[in-house]
Design a protein around this ligand. Structure first.
Ligand SMILES: CC(C)(COP(=O)(O)OP(=O)(O)OC[C@H]1O[C@@H](n2cnc3c(N)ncnc32)[C@H](O)[C@@H]1OP(=O)(O)O)[C@@H](O)C(=O)NCCC(=O)NCCS
Length: 178
């Protein structure tokens, strides 16, 4: 009998994927029910389809395609100057813990490297196991600048507990960049 192989792949998102991404984000967010004080995120509003369309048009959104050809995870990012900023990474709950989140982030890092960008940035929860500790293991470090400071201020204004979030950056090493 042939060995079972994963038929999942990562590819750039297409316009027709946009409408499917909010449901993936909501499914992924069920993981927060396990974290005291963050369960409300499982019922919070998702990123709009319109935002997804914009990031897809910029070619800075990637999806994990599952066995039935449907997206089951995504990473949405946007370029700000020399930085690629990750807005969201979500993997549908049944697929979590199988390395797809890591592969999505590595895809964004690879893109930043090929574009000769300076860093990949994000904001995240400091103490959720699959947030800051995960990014730290991938090589992200605490980092801040005015743009990231503004992002954190906006997040706290939206209801995140004071001090719960942090900004991080992965410094891209580009051999051709002076
Ligand atoms: C974050 C997320 C995208 C990771 O996707 P994933 O496919 O589960 O990722 P991986 O399988 O590559 O695992 C990522 C890391 O998280 C850890 N992790 C995943 N689920 C975990 C859990 N329930 N408890 C503890 N650690 C967990 C893994 O140990 C892994 O770390 P490692 O690779 O250094 O060993 C996914 O958990 C998710 O969608 N979460 C809800 C939304 C979210 O938090 N998004 C990130 C916003 S900044």
């Amino acid at each position: 009998m042939a060995a079972e192989q994963s038929t999942h792949i990562i590819r750039l998102a297409r316009a027709q994927d946009a409408g499917l991404l909010p449901a993936i984000e909501q499914c992924a967010a069920q993981a927060f029910r396990a974290i005291e004080g963050l369960g409300w995120l499982a019922d919070a509003a998702s990123i709009s389809v319109e935002c997804h369309r914009q990031w897809i048009a910029l070619s800075t959104c990637w999806v994990v395609i599952g066995t039935h050809g449907q997206p089951q995870g995504f990473l949405s990012a946007e370029r700000y100057g020399d930085d690629l900023h990750i807005h969201e990474v979500s993997v549908a709950q049944p697929l979590q813990g199988q390395g797809w989140g890591r592969r999505l982030v590595e895809t964004a890092i690879h893109h930043a490297r090929t574009q000769q960008l300076r860093a990949v940035t994000l904001t995240t929860f400091k103490h959720v196991p699959w947030n800051a500790p995960f990014y730290r293991r991938l090589g992200f470090e605490p980092h801040t600048d005015q743009r990231l400071e503004n992002t954190l201020v906006n997040e706290y204004a939206q209801g995140f507990a004071p001090g719960s979030r942090c900004a991080m950056a992965y410094k891209v090493v580009c051999p051709n960049r002076s």
